[in-house]
Write a protein that binds this ligand. Structure first.
Ligand code: BMA
Length: 354
């Protein structure tokens, strides 16, 4: 195992920390998730972190951007799997560590995965838009990996030091693979978005089941993009699952991105739906309204303008707090917040299932 994941190898830091926190220490109690109250005067159900972006432009030497990245509670802090682009612009996954979910220690070298069985040494996949979920006794990382075009790659880890790659879940082309955090009726479930090899001009959310994380089947459409017929232009071109679904009394809260194709290109928004707890291919509620549109400068100006792309959520159900990490303008990493109960009510009150 190379030494890039040891503290001594971590020469580049995005914060002033000199040691990485939360490296597998057993936590007495989980760290508090990032949180800010809704600012006075703001009526929206979702509001931005006041010090966005939490990881800004040029966060490390020779790094052009960290965005669309996953965060999970780990030890007595948080671990992240970051999408990082250096001067090659070839996306790779890098580990990150944080005490508070805001100040990040970022490993300067990419994650090295043990090869998938049968792969040999030739893996040179690009890797982007990771999601991470704690499922039973392991953390599962899913991401868009490309060897013969983009599809859903999967790996496991228990310590974020060693990573074991499984076989890809699906055939190319597919993106936005998001696992559920527990088995349902004995099966693992994954959302995904069949796509093409480029900047896909279509896309609906599907769900697949597996008994073992290797064999995936019983593919079902969960929900489609919605356009003119529903008067919902913000998600008329394509939709894709975002963070790992959150289990609530009303169903699985699924935050997702919805895309509008304009004369100046795609515009990415954040929306949400609630899926049936036992039959998650059934949509119980689907919010008609955008929860977050690209409006802040850091969402509108960047390498790809007008993108908010939610990928990870931290939820404290006792405190009724939800923090969502999203990539902005394919350049920086941001946070936004909501009260979980208010968000659920808002989705139910503004629901149109189609
Ligand atoms: C999608 C993905 C995302 C990206 C978005 C906007 O197809 O590649 O990583 O944020 O486009 O460019």
């Amino acid at each position: 195992m190379p030494d890039q994941l040891t503290p001594a190898g971590a020469t580049a830091l995005a914060s002033s920390k000199t040691t990485g926190p939360a490296r597998g220490k057993l936590a007495a109690s989980p760290a508090a998730i990032p949180w800010q109250e809704r600012p006075a005067g703001v009526k929206d159900v979702v509001w931005r972190h006041s010090a966005n972006p939490v990881i800004g432009r040029r966060p490390l030497p020779d790094v052009l951007g960290i965005y669309n990245s996953a965060v999970v509670p780990f030890g007595d802090g948080f671990a992240a799997v970051f999408r990082l682009e250096d001067r090659t612009r070839f996306p790779r996954l890098h580990m990150g560590w944080s005490d508070d979910g805001l100040q990040w220690h970022i490993e300067p070298k990419p994650i090295v995965f043990d090869n998938r069985p049968g792969d040999g040494d030739e893996i040179s996949d690009y890797a982007y838009d990771p999601r991470v979920v704690k499922l039973e006794d392991k953390y599962y990382i899913t991401w868009c990996g490309g060897t013969n075009g983009p599809t859903i790659s999967v790996a496991t880890t228990t310590d974020f030091q060693r990573f074991t790659r499984l076989d890809n879940a699906f055939l190319p082309h597919n993106r936005n693979g998001v696992l559920f955090p527990r088995r349902i009726d004995g099966k693992y479930f994954m959302l995904s978005r069949p796509s093409d090899n480029g900047h896909t001009p279509f896309g609906d959310i599907y769900i697949s089941q597996s008994p073992d994380m290797i064999h995936w089947g019983r593919h079902r459409k969960v929900m489609g993009r919605g356009g003119d017929e529903h008067g919902l232009w913000w998600q008329r071109t394509k939709i894709g699952a975002g963070p790992v679904p959150i289990e609530t009394d009303d169903g699985w809260l699924m935050i997702y991105h919805g895309v509008l194709d304009t004369c100046n290109g795609f515009v990415y928004h954040m929306g949400a739906a609630i899926l049936d707890l036992d039959e998650p291919w059934k949509v119980a509620y689907r919010c008609k309204n955008i929860l977050l549109a690209p409006e802040a400068d850091y969402e509108v100006f960047g390498h790809v303008p007008n993108v908010v792309f939610p990928v990870a959520a931290l939820c404290d159900q006792e405190q009724d707090r939800l923090a969502v990490y999203y990539g902005a303008a394919d350049t920086v990493t941001c946070l936004c917040y909501s009260r979980l109960s208010e968000l659920i009510s808002y989705i139910k009150d503004n629901s149109l299932v189609f």
